[in-house]
Design a protein around this ligand. Sequence first.
Ligand SMILES: NC(=O)c1ccc[n+]([C@@H]2O[C@H](COP(=O)([O-])OP(=O)(O)OC[C@H]3O[C@@H](n4cnc5c(N)ncnc54)[C@H](O)[C@@H]3O)[C@@H](O)[C@H]2O)c1
Length: 340
Amino acid sequence: MNSPSYYNQLLDITHSRNILVTGGAGYIGSHTVHRLAQRGYDVTVVDDLSRGYRHNVDAARLRELNLADTPALEKLLAEKPFSAVIHFAAYIAVGESMVKPELHFSNNLGGSLSLLSAMTRAGVRRLVFSSTAAVYGTPETSPVTEQMPHAPVSPYGESKVMVERILGWFDGIHQLRSIALRYFNASGADPASGLGEEHDPETHLIPLLLRAVLTGQPITLFGTDYDTPDGTCIRDYVHVADLAEAHVLALEALLAGSASDAFNVGTGRGHSVREVIRAVEEVTGRAVPVRVGPRREGDPPVLVACSDKLRRALGWKPRYEDLREIVATAWEFEKSRRPG
Ligand SMILES: NC(=O)c1ccc[n+]([C@@H]2O[C@H](COP(=O)([O-])OP(=O)(O)OC[C@H]3O[C@@H](n4cnc5c(N)ncnc54)[C@H](O)[C@@H]3O)[C@@H](O)[C@H]2O)c1
């Protein structure tokens, strides 16, 4: 692969700045739209607002559409010369997928297939895809490299593996080039732009800890007997602004002619649940009310990314490497949601 600066030089010559972002009213999508707009891209967002928020997107950008509506997507893609799509739209709750696999397969797999069909017919042949560490399931070793086998332990993870495999076929048959970004634990916020994490129900640790601090309602710690230094699970928390930057780099690589590929996106640093609790207590200056519960099925003890490939190939480097800084941005956002 060539250097990112080489890609940047080629970009303006060969491509329109029109980018379609699916799921841009959600958490990571909205932060990425913000970054793309800062970089001078003309962004259109497709979102059905089933899990996202109108307040996350400029009204002029938003097309309220479900991905299953292939003809509407095709029509939209024909409106102007889109050079690429960044595809976030999906249902993301692993627990929900264990109860309603049909919902996750139809939305995540069906929605992606509909999008790919519309793109193929409209002649749009560049895609950045939101994949996940969940494709690796319960990896035997850490840090996790892209070469490790796909062994998802939930319909959610399986739906992402299936889309990654389908992308391989669309590359071979339709020359649709794609980059799959496998994120580890997305976290933090960009409160200056009014954006942050608002999943409903929320299942992610940092916002749950911050809400426990604000409400006084204890949070359950799932398992304290793992084979880790303090007995709690270790995860790799990557700031949402760094994820957004990874998408811009992947997009620009594709526009400059990069081949299809897949990259892990994580900081490479692991933090245990107890370490995150300590960071939250330091940042907020308040104690987190905690109750200890049993392990949850399917939670690997340690999940930390090796993102050397992304750093090397696309020049990505996380700006947020200190967990307390990540927590501080999330805390600013949480406080802004509850004025007074
Ligand atoms: N949040 C994480 O930690 C994490 C980690 C790994 C991967 N991911 C992936 O990143 C992507 C974004 O995650 P997020 O946390 O921003 O989720 P989110 O729920 O905040 O955003 C998803 C957005 O997609 C929209 N959407 C869903 N299905 C749609 C459909 N059929 N048609 C149109 N819009 C639809 C929702 O309304 C929502 O705005 C997802 O694909 C997810 O699987 C997230």
